[in-house]
Each structure stands twice: as C-alpha cells, then as structure tokens.
Design a protein around this ligand. Structure first.
Ligand SMILES: Nc1ncnc2c1ncn2[C@@H]1O[C@H](COP(=O)(O)OP(=O)(O)O)[C@@H](O)[C@H]1O
Ligand SMILES: CC(=O)N[C@@H](CCC(=O)OP(=O)(O)O)C(=O)O
Length: 290
C-alpha cells in the first residue's frame, strides 16, 4: 500500500546504496585534486563546493589540493610573458613564480575558500609556506633540463593540516619554498599525491576533463573502471599526454601507502559523490598490486 505524500523508492534507494560507503569512509582522509572544468564552469564550481561540504558533514576528512594552470597562463599572456611547458611542467623563471603565487594563492585559492564557506562549512586556504606545510627542492625535467623554479615536494609537515582539519576544510595551493626561502611552482597533481602520502590518506581523487583512464583515448566507452598499480605501471610507457603524469601520480600515491587512487571526470555534475557513494562509480579506481 502506498502512503500518500511519500515519494517511493528511487531517492531512498540512492541513499541506501550510499550508506555502506559512508560507513567505510567515516573518519578517513580523502585528498581531492581539484582542477579542469569543475574549476572553470560556474555551475560545476558551485556543485563541487557543495559536494565537498557534504563529504565533511558525513564525517570524511576532506582536503582539497588545487591547480589553476589555465589561469596562470591567462595572466602571463596579459603580461606578454612567454608560456612554455616541458614534460607537462611550466618553465618557471622568477617572474613566472611570482605570477603563479599571485594567481594560485591570491585568486584561485581564495575563490575556492569563499565558495566552500558559503555552503556552510568553513574552509581555510594554505600554500606550502603556511605552517611550513611543504619544503621543496628544485626539479629538473627529464634529461636534466633546467626549467627554472619548478619544485618537487621533499617534505610535508602534516601538523598544520591536522590542526586545521579538526574544524575546517583545508584548501591547499601548490606553491612551496626551499630551505633558503626561494619559492617554487609545483605541479598540483604532484602536490596532491605528496599530501595524500603524508596524511596516510585512504583515497586521493584527481578531477580531470576526461572520463577516466581509457583503453583507447579516442573511445570514451573504453574507461578502465578498476586497475591494480602493477597493471598501470606496465601500461605507462604506452600512455601519452596529460594522462601519463596523472597515472604516475596515482602509482606514487599507492606506493606511498594510499589505499585507492581515482581519476574522475570533473565535467560530470557531482562526479565526486557518484564515484565515492555508488556501486558502479564513474571513473578509474586504482589499488595496490595483487
Ligand atoms: N589512455 C588515456 N586515457 C585518458 N586520457 C588520455 C589517455 N592517453 C592520453 N590521454 C590524454 O590525457 C589528457 C588528460 O590529462 P590533462 O588534460 O593533462 O589533465 P588535467 O588538465 O586535468 O591535469 C586527456 O585529455 C587525453 O587527451
Ligand atoms: C610546475 C607546474 O607546471 N605548475 C603548475 C601549477 C598549477 C597546476 O598544476 O594546475 P593544473 O592542475 O590546473 O594543471 C602550472 O604552473 O601550471
């Protein structure tokens, strides 16, 4: 018999499907690398902020690490600066690092913090300098090429994150300084992996602008929904474009003790929730070797 005024089954079914996942993830650390369409499309930006707040409310320790490469490029072009990438890393002289700091810390980070705040759970923005979160060292491109002030994260001091995460959602910009105080531009995928490893995260999730890791990059129906790290490692030499450093970041996270690494399509509304709380998921989930 139907009870008048009560909408049957479908919505309740979704909630019931989510329940075991909410239980599994409660109290665990989830690092989300935020970037791509989810950061540039106005509607997706709002939905991302709301989803992050929901994750915090249901008891996950969520930490956001963000990129903003397209914004850095936009401001460099406005200043007639040359934009060049080697191995997916931006060649960064001292002026470029200054722009990267202004854009990532001053603009992008604060935009994200403000939006999350508006959905009812306060966020705190950080860069690698705050609370000595990161220490960086200069990184060379393959073949030893000098690409300027591009940094590799050598050390993550989790104290500041643990303090802030007790009450707030930490939002981290991928800028870091070395022991002498020189600033470096750090690839945000690498920064997310470094944070996930140091925090002993349960998951690191990379939002990107494709469906996931695909068997055939031209065929969106060929998404590999689950893979072991050894399979990814074996496939890596044949993978091209931006997916290669992303899969490398997943492998590095798994080797550093993170239980799962996910690649998720940030163009899909609520992709984080769909990947985390539904049986089918929507992207690629990578776990440790068999
Ligand atoms: N097997 C593959 N599966 C998915 N994407 C691939 C694959 N091989 C190459 N790619 C490329 O990698 C890109 C994703 O990386 P990228 O654009 O650098 O991500 P982001 O900007 O989110 O860091 C895709 O747009 C696609 O062109
Ligand atoms: C060294 C290096 O390349 N740093 C990146 C940092 C931002 C980033 O990684 O942003 P996305 O995630 O949006 O690509 C850059 O300057 O573009």
């Amino acid at each position: 018999m139907k009870t008048p005024g009560i909408r049957p089954s479908r919505d309740v079914g979704t909630l019931l499907e989510a329940l075991p996942y909410i239980r599994e993830f409660h109290g665990r650390t989830i690092v989300v690398k935020y970037g791509g369409a989810a950061m540039t499309d106005p509607a997706l930006r709002e939905e991302f902020a709301r989803d992050v707040v929901l994750l915090k409310y249901v008891g996950l320790n969520v930490i956001v690490v963000h990129g903003g490469g397209p914004d850095i490029t936009k401001y460099m072009r406005r200043l007639d600066m040359e934009v060049e990438f080697v191995d997916g890393l931006r060649v960064s002289d001292a002026d470029t690092v200054e722009i990267a700091k202004m854009v990532l810390i001053g603009k992008v980070n604060k935009d994200i913090v403000l939006r999350i705040n508006r959905y009812g759970q306060a966020a705190v923005g950080l860069s690698g300098d705050d609370g000595n979160l990161f220490r960086a060292a200069k990184q060379l491109a393959t073949g030893g090429q000098d690409i300027g002030f591009v940094g590799r994260i050598e050390k993550v001091d989790v104290d500041v994150l643990n303090h802030i995460a007790q009450d707030y959602i930490p939002v981290v910009a991928s800028i870091a300084a070395d022991a002498d105080g020189a600033s470096y531009n750090v690839n945000a995928d690498e920064a997310a992996t470094a944070v996930a490893r140091a925090m002993g995260a349960y998951k690191v999730m990379f939002l990107t602008d494709v469906e996931g890791w695909m068997r055939d990059p031209a065929d969106p129906t060929s998404v590999i929904s689950e893979a072991h790290a050894d399979e990814v490692e074996a496939a890596l030499p044949s993978i091209s474009g931006g997916m290669r450093p992303k899969l490398q970041a997943c492998i590095d996270a798994i080797h550093g003790g993170v239980t799962f690494a996910h690649i998720v399509d940030g163009r899909v509304p609520h992709s984080l929730l769909l990947e985390l709380f539904t049986d089918a998921g929507i992207g690629t989930k990578i776990r440790a070797a068999r």
